[in-house]
Design a protein around this ligand. Structure first.
Ligand code: NAD
Length: 342
């Protein structure tokens, strides 16, 4: 029997494959006995097309402000509408300054690294750096982009990385920057990280340049535990890390801030397979597992996590990871996960 009352969570189905994969998560969580009361709201393409320039209606913002937790599908920003993407709007409004993406070797998924024991988390700064998108033309032939890095931002992301390490019983946090070239901006993270590290004597703090890190991630991915880095480095490295363990179909993520936590797969709307029952819901299911842990529903989280792992190991698997086996559909995969809940 489930104990405790249901927690309100905002559900944003999103665009493309979003409704298919979030519906899979909803079905699995319900079957697993998660104590969640879904508040479903829209964002993305249909909102832009209806004339809202932010892509996120006020009702959706109000819902996240009150639940403080959301599970969302990918959003499309149609070209020619809106000033910025709906994702950026959500990130800015709720100040989700940290993006965490775990990656681990999953038995049954063939990759060039399947025989390696990969288990790491990339903690990426999510609101600063070049992604503030402040650009201008200096002259007609020279463009400039401003790279903004604050000490406060560096402190928050460094602390988040150490807290993730502590919460998950991890031993090492590696700070990754290009501080040898950008001594002030990238160097700000390195210096701040070193100061914050003194507050976490139980966790080993390491430092690495980003180019060497990309090299080491391929040479010895099992040697990494928690990585913390600036926005653009993190964007690139976290995709690299997703690729090491099986790609976008299985890569979950969380956007964490003081005011809200928004859980979502790393992938986009996958327009090439949308509406065809082909999408792999694993990334969203594992994002939902992260959300359950955030909500303190650890037993249900473990149950779903194990059922997903078992399904991936035994098959059937969706086309993106089925290898030479016949692929199954989103619904059939979801049914198999539910059957494996035990
Ligand atoms: P994408 O992640 O949507 O697709 C890249 C490739 O991976 C495609 O071939 C797709 O079929 C495949 N793929 C992705 N997820 C999959 C899954 N769950 N199962 C099986 N295959 C999967 O990236 P894109 O094509 O660059 O972007 C498409 C749209 O998504 C764009 O409009 C982009 O802006 C948006 N996007 C949104 C988010 C978000 O909301 N968080 C993130 C990335 C991209």
């Amino acid at each position: 029997a489930s104990v405790g009352t249901a927690v309100p969570v905002t559900l944003i189905p999103g665009d493309g494959i979003g409704p298919e994969v979030t519906n899979a998560a909803k079905r699995v969580l319900e079957a697993a006995g998660a104590r969640i009361e879904w508040h479903e709201h829209i964002a993305g393409k249909q909102v832009f097309l209806a004339g809202n320039r932010t892509g996120v209606p006020q009702e959706t913002l109000d819902s996240i402000a009150s639940t403080r937790v959301a599970l969302k599908g990918p959003l499309e920003t149609p070209i020619g509408y809106g000033g910025k993407s709906a994702n950026v709007t959500l990130r800015k409004l709720f100040e989700t300054y940290g993006n965490t993406r775990p990656a681990r070797t999953i038995p049954g998924i063939a990759t060039p690294f399947s025989h390696r024991n990969i288990d790491m988390v990339v903690v990426r700064e999510n609101v600063e750096d070049l992604y503030a998108g402040i650009e201008h033309m200096q002259t007609p032939g020279v463009a400039q982009c401003l790279k903004l890095i604050s000490q406060k931002g560096c402190e928050k992301i460094s602390r988040l990385a150490f807290e993730v390490a502590r919460a998950e019983g991890r031993r090492t946090v590696t700070c990754v920057t290009k501080a040898n070239i950008m001594k002030l901006t990238e160097g700000m993270l390195k210096r701040t990280f070193e100061a914050v590290a003194t507050e976490y004597p139980d966790i080993e703090a390491q430092y690495m340049l980003v180019d060497n890190c990309a090299h080491q991630l391929v040479r010895s991915p099992e040697s990494f535990d928690v990585l913390v880095t600036t926005n653009m480095n993190g964007d690139i490295l976290s995709d690299l890390v997703s690729g090491l363990v099986g790609g976008l179909g299985i890569a979950p993520g969380a956007n964490l801030g003081k005011h809200a936590a928004i859980f979502e797969a790393v992938h986009g709307t996958a327009p090439d397979i949308a509406g065809q029952d082909k999408a792999n819901p694993t990334a969203t299911l594992l994002s939902a597992v992260m959300m359950l842990r955030h909500l303190g529903q650890f037993e249900v989280a473990d149950k779903v996590d194990k059922a997903v792992a078992l399904t991936l190991e035994k098959g059937p698997r969706t086309g993106d990871i089925s290898g030479d086996q016949p692929p199954c559909g989103t619904q059939a995969f979801t049914d198999a996960v539910i059957a494996n809940l035990g």
